[in-house]
Design a protein around this ligand. Structure first.
Ligand SMILES: [Fe+2]
Ligand SMILES: [Fe+2]
Length: 372
């Protein structure tokens, strides 16, 4: 049997209705554009003949009930199926009893019942023990889509990127059964590295799943080769040992991207083609690309100074202060994907350090045709 599937991905929507938007000068995300940006994406893809839309988490600004309700209502009106998963900004309290403005994990499945969680809600209603927030569904005959929840509260109640044992057990059982031509996995946290040494880097590791190695081993055993993630707010594609991970940037941060993809599988080969689009402007942000790039640049200094201090080169504070302004747009360029970095004004060792953040597997972050 062959598969021929066209679909779209938009990630990290961080939906914020005007009355919910945090008013904070150092806020990194341009929540103001979340709703007009999503409307443009939906306008565009509604004109195409797609099989479904994937939304890999961080659906709302910060778990607000009003924002979840708005999004679920908007998704109900789509003419094609849509599948969501939670990100670390979607269920932000272990027990939301004391904060009526935010939802809890049982609420998440109910709100998004039609977007992947039908079976989870049925099980929740019948079972006495909590059901892990993960699902398996078949959007197209022959394809199995698995949605995982990588957001766990540790013993201190802090959110970490991790898959609990209940989900890993469920996943192994699920992958052992059923006859599907292909299985894809959608999970908010990165599984493969999208930045140099990301799993070890003090600034990058919180974007990687804590037990990524365990998940990779399970996927390998069951010949799963395709993963869709978000969370990093960067356009990047990584291939490693037969796994391909497509992480999609955020609709509320530069460069405000989304993707269209075409998956073709025949007995002879499996090919994945994709292209990327950007939100160019919204009514209130007529030069969104430049305004958003500057918004990010205006907030970059503390992060770039920290990155320089971690570059293991024993730079003095004076050197860091002198080099940091050159990195004003570094993160914006990373977020675009497919960039090369040559900081010729930097000392040689530092040039090498930053070069590694550039293109590493060819220009495959935004548009490519990959053999899987
Ligand atoms: Fe996000
Ligand atoms: Fe996130």
């Amino acid at each position: 049997m062959s598969l021929d599937i066209r679909f779209a991905i938009a990630s990290d929507l961080h939906i914020g209705l005007p009355h919910t938007i945090w008013d904070h000068p150092s806020r990194f995300h341009l929540i103001e554009v979340s709703i007009p940006a999503l409307e443009q994406v939906l306008d565009h893809i509604s004109q195409l003949d797609i099989d479904f839309l994937l939304l890999p988490g961080d659906l709302t600004q910060h778990g607000e009930r009003d924002n979840h309700a708005w999004l679920a209502e908007r998704l109900q009106r789509l003419s094609f199926p849509c599948y969501v998963i939670p990100g670390n900004h979607d269920v932000v309290l272990p027990d939301p009893a004391g904060d009526a403005r935010r939802i809890g994990s049982n609420d998440f499945a109910k709100i998004y019942q039609k977007f992947g969680y039908d079976k989870v809600v049925q099980d929740q209603d019948q079972a006495t023990a909590p059901r892990p927030l993960c699902y398996s569904t078949s959007p197209v005959s022959g394809l199995r889509l698995i949605g995982l929840n990588s957001n766990q509260f540790d013993h201190e109640g802090k959110l970490v990127g991790y898959l609990d044992s209940a989900q890993l057990d469920w996943l192994e059982t699920e992958l052992s059964r059923g006859q599907f031509e292909a299985t894809w996995v959608m999970i908010h946290h990165n599984v493969l590295e999208h930045l140099p040494d990301q799993a070890q880097h003090p600034l990058g590791r919180r974007y990687i799943l804590g037990n990524a190695e365990r998940l990779k081993a399970i996927l390998k055993t069951h010949a799963v080769s395709l993963i869709f993630t978000g969370h990093l707010h960067v356009q990047d594609v990584t291939q490693e040992n037969g796994l391909t991970e497509i992480t999609t940037g955020s609709l509320v941060s530069y460069p405000h991207p989304y993707r269209l993809l075409h998956y073709k599988q025949s007995p002879a080969e499996t090919m994945l083609s994709f292209e990327s689009f950007r939100i160019g402007s919204t009514p209130d942000w007529p030069q969104l690309q430049q305004q958003s790039r500057d918004w990010m640049g205006d907030r970059a200094t503390p992060f770039m100074a920290k990155l320089l201090s971690l570059a293991s080169l024993d730079l003095s504070e004076a050197q860091i202060a002198q080099l940091t302004p050159h990195l004003r747009y570094f993160w914006a360029d990373i977020a675009e994907g497919d960039r090369e970095f040559n900081f010729e004004q930097f000392p040689a060792e530092l040039q090498g350090y930053f070069k590694r953040f550039g293109i590493h597997q060819g220009k495959i972050d935004n548009a490519a045709t990959l053999a899987l």
